[in-house]
Design a protein around this ligand. Structure first.
Ligand SMILES: Cc1cc2nc3c(=O)[nH]c(=O)nc-3n(C[C@H](O)[C@H](O)[C@H](O)COP(=O)(O)OP(=O)(O)OC[C@H]3O[C@@H](n4cnc5c(N)ncnc54)[C@H](O)[C@@H]3O)c2cc1C
Ligand SMILES: NC(=O)c1ccc[n+]([C@@H]2O[C@H](COP(=O)([O-])OP(=O)(O)OC[C@H]3O[C@@H](n4cnc5c(N)ncnc54)[C@H](OP(=O)(O)O)[C@@H]3O)[C@@H](O)[C@H]2O)c1
Length: 579
């Protein structure tokens, strides 16, 4: 009998897993998605100018090529449209339980007990806040998820798992890890701004939006297999600048854009200058009376050679046999052959540096501004920004690059060591909680071992997919599988292939887990490969923990990752209880 599979998240990762199960004729799965729609990154990041910087003929599934891309680097609506197209074409939407957040999971010796909280329809407006402000507040309740197995994988069309505990009552009710501990209106930072900004994470859409839906349904269900598709860049990170709650204007995070707020004619502060800020600053600069771009550390920036695809090109992609495949292959080989060696401190390091410096020289005539925009760390140590509009925006008369140190936020704006910048709006482009991985979910594996405890010095997993003592639990876009040079979708497909190859083995023999000695060898190999990568140089980035351990990036060529993940998985795994 096919195993029952819980997939958590309906972004590129979770959808890829669902589609491959469908294609294999396995219908005993459920996708849990805490938001009200699919798309993950491409649902949340709707800021002006949001788009990919890997051409979409590569930043898309290999099994679902798409001749209709209108440009080389499409913007967010088009990428979200592609994902919607995939979900509908492969008919996986019917299996997605939207507005259902997984709070925790416990392995009971045979199956995973998965605890969820679902929003009721009348709570729908609040859900974005709910998923945000709940974070870290859902106090774990070990007892809840250890509810009795209830057994079986009796598949219904919604999933294939058997509900073993279901109760209404929402946060504060019992029911599973994380289910207890309701939230009020404020986020983890304990404040709720005057404009409905809910603290650390989200835009509520209305002032003082509440936290977790009041009467959400709490359930615990049993699954044979759990696949995590929660992404690395799903949870916005706010800085801890003193006085943030005191600001009297409107503030929001770049990935929770407040589309209801008109920036026209206003004074805007943008804090952060990574890839997100680089994309929206040129658009905001066109609207604002004045934009203050706060930069703590300059980034290396290279041009984005964007181009539109006219109707003839699109027809050619559609009808000329092999053209899309060849184009995709060319982009892949270019990224692998040119950009990867720069990150591995190989032959193209100087090429990358020269390209970035030439781009800066071409776009920023003022030597004083250029000096402030020139990084003092090696290119690639932080994510290289790929963009052709950011520098020109910084040269506009209504834009100031501010490099003073921020001291605090005041009711009027941003106070730095040099003075106060009075603004009406603050946009935090301060990135994501990237190194926390599955937080705030509580994951308890064999013999009560918690993933949080195992990962206290930094997340790690064999191939970024499997963790010893956590049988039949698989991660997509897990630790050390992010790239600075190529498509994450390529990596996700490799991971899904590996998991699909594990399924017959665990279905025939019972739960499997990666062998501890395989994990130890993996860690040694990873450390050795990591030592030559540029990410370890003197710079701060979202790739590493506060202690400097690089938990996010894959240090090898992606061709190697494909080879490793396409090997038969059996030798690396053991059947739980068989030895
Ligand atoms: C602005 C931006 C641009 C990017 N551009 C590129 C690019 O050009 N090229 C590239 O390769 N990569 C890019 N990335 C990285 C991008 O995140 C990945 O490429 C990819 O989209 C990750 O997909 P995912 O499904 O793993 O995660 P996500 O897209 O983050 O999806 C995770 C999903 O899980 C859901 N979820 C999380 N926790 C729970 C829970 N407890 N219960 C239920 N549901 C949950 C979330 O709501 C979300 O829908 C970009 C990232 C950002 C932020
Ligand atoms: N495809 C694309 O074009 C695209 C677009 C957007 C995002 N992405 C992906 O998403 C990742 C995240 O991008 P992001 O721009 O959202 O986040 P990010 O790269 O993590 O950048 C965060 C920015 O906020 C600044 N910052 C953080 N805390 C601060 C503080 N207390 N005071 C002042 N500044 C502070 C950082 O400065 P420091 O550098 O000094 O830390 C940095 O400039 C990217 O690296 C990329 O992988 C891709």
């Amino acid at each position: 009998m096919a195993p029952s599979v819980a997939i958590i998240g309906a972004g590129f990762g979770g959808l890829c897993m669902a589609i491959q199960l469908e294609r294999a004729g396995i219908r005993s799965y459920t996708v849990f998605e805490k938001a009200g729609d699919l798309g993950g990154t491409w649902r949340d990041n709707s800021y002006p100018g949001a788009g990919c910087d890997i051409p979409s003929h590569l930043y898309s599934y290999s099994f679902e090529k798409y001749a209709s891309w209108t440009r080389r680097y499409p913007e967010q609506p088009e990428i979200l449209g592609y994902l919607t197209h995939c979900a509908d074409k492969y008919d996986v939407r019917r299996k997605i339980r939207f507005r259902t957040e997984v709070r925790g999971l416990v392995f009971d010796g045979r199956k995973w007990q998965v605890s969820t909280v679902s929003a009721s329809p009348e709570d729908s407006d609040d859900w974005e806040v709910a998923d945000a402000s709940a974070e870290g507040e859902g106090a774990a309740d070990d007892d809840g998820a250890a509810a009795d197995d209830g057994g079986g994988a009796a598949a219904d069309d919604r999933g294939g798992a058997t509900a073993v505990a279901s109760e209404s009552g929402g946060p504060g009710g019992s029911g599973g890890p994380g289910a207890a501990g309701g939230t009020g209106g404020t986020g983890p930072q304990g404040w709720s701004g005057p404009q409905g900004w809910s603290g650390a994470q989200g835009w509520s859409g209305r002032p003082g939006g509440s936290g977790v839906p009041g009467d959400g349904e709490v359930r615990t269900e049993a699954f044979d297999v759990v696949v995590m598709g929660v992404g690395q860049l799903n949870r916005p990170r706010l800085p801890d600048i003193p006085g943030m709650a005191d600001f009297d204007g409107v503030s929001f995070h770049s990935s929770r854009w407040n589309h209801a707020h008109d920036l026209t004619g206003g004074r805007v502060a943008v804090i952060g200058n990574g890839s997100s800020a680089a994309q929206f600053v040129p658009h905001v600069a066109e609207q604002a009376e004045h934009l203050y771009a706060f930069q703590r550390t300059p980034n290396w920036v290279i041009p984005k050679p964007d181009a539109t695809f006219g109707p003839l090109t699109r027809l050619a992609f559609h009808y000329v046999p092999g053209l899309q495949r060849a184009y995709r292959e060319w982009i892949y080989r270019y990224a692998e052959g040119t950009l990867y060696p720069a990150l591995a401190q190989g032959w193209s390091v100087d090429l990358l540096r020269r390209r970035a410096l030439a781009h800066l020289r071409d776009q920023v005539p003022d030597p004083e501004l250029r000096a402030r925009l020139t990084p003092d760390y090696p290119p690639g140590c932080k994510r290289v920004v790929i963009d052709s509009s950011f520098y020109p925006a910084l040269t506009r008369p209504n834009v100031s690059l501010v490099t003073d140190k921020i001291v605090r936020m005041t009711p009027e704006g941003v106070q730095t060591t040099e003075g106060t910048y009075e603004v009406d709006t603050v946009i935090y482009a301060t990135g994501f909680k990237s190194t926390e991985f599955l937080v705030p979910m509580r994951v308890v594996g064999r013999e009560g071992r918690s993933l949080e405890e195992r990962w206290k010095e930094g997340a790690e997993a064999y191939l970024g997919i499997s963790v010893p003592d956590f049988p039949n639990l698989f991660l997509l876009y897990g630790p050390n599988t992010n790239l600075g040079h190529n498509s994450i979708i390529f990596m996700i497909e490799c991971q899904v292939n590996h998991i699909m190859a594990c399924l017959p083995h665990l279905a025939a023999n019972g739960p499997i887990e990666v062998r501890p000695e395989v994990m130890a060898a993996w860690r040694r190999q990873l450390d050795a490969a990591m030592a030559r990568m540029v990410w370890g140089a003197e710079c701060q980035s979202w790739y590493k923990t506060a202690d400097g351990r690089i938990t996010n990036n894959w240090p090898g060529p992606t061709t190697l990752y494909r080879r490793l993940t396409s090997r038969p998985p059996w030798p690396a795994y053991r059947v739980v209880g068989a030895e």
